[in-house]
Design a protein around this ligand. Structure first.
Ligand SMILES: [Fe+2]
Ligand SMILES: [Fe+2]
Length: 191
């Protein structure tokens, strides 16, 4: 059994993803290509025909692409604003890679059905972040990207001790909570 397929990716997937994602221009060409491929593998393996139809959550009317771009923007701002508090070297490209791919397996964990979107069968078999980790490992992403993406979820058994993981977490929470507040949902902040 394979949780995803790489042989269904077409140039159409790559060009659509490339045009939709913000922040790719801040990455080296190989890193940007890896991010585009990871998104394209997930999308082409999913049941969604249109990228913008994939929501950040089945119950939230906000796209995964828009959420990812929010997380990239907020994460980069957070890193810049907190730069004086960071000890040691900081790799801004590593952070952007993580932010860009942190939620890619949502494309497989949700599925369109009866004019709505619902959790897929796979969502009952694999925790959020795990299938993303498989794809990222397959495509040659760095270990730091893989470990943070596989443990970034609010209900993950632990979070990695890493400045990149911490920034990803707070950028993700701020981005999703602002959307939840706007559309009448209960933000994680209040749970
Ligand atoms: Fe997530
Ligand atoms: Fe997220």
């Amino acid at each position: 059994m394979s949780f995803y397929r790489k042989d269904q990716v077409r140039d159409y997937h790559r060009s659509t993803v490339r045009a939709a994602l913000d922040g790719l221009d801040a990455l080296s060409q190989p890193a940007a290509a890896r991010v585009v491929e990871a998104w394209s593998v997930m999308w082409s393996s999913s049941e969604f025909s249109t990228l913008n139809d994939i929501p950040v959550s089945p119950s939230v009317p906000y796209s995964l692409i828009a959420h990812t771009n929010d997380v990239v923007r907020i994460g980069r701002s957070l890193a810049a604003a907190g730069a004086g508090l960071v000890s040691g070297t900081f790799d801004p490209e590593l952070l952007i890679e993580i932010l860009l791919v942190h939620d890619i397996d949502k494309m497989l964990l949700f599925a369109p059905k009866d004019r709505g979107v619902f959790p897929s069968d796979l969502s009952g078999k694999m925790a959020h972040g795990v299938v993303a980790g498989l794809v990222l490992n397959d495509l040659g992403f760095r270990d730091d990207v893989i470990s943070i993406v596989t443990t970034h979820a609010t209900d993950a058994p632990f979070h990695v001790s890493s400045i990149y993981g911490l920034i990803t977490y707070y950028a993700d929470m701020a981005a999703i909570d602002l959307v939840l507040l706007r559309c009448g949902g209960t933000p994680f902040y209040r749970r």
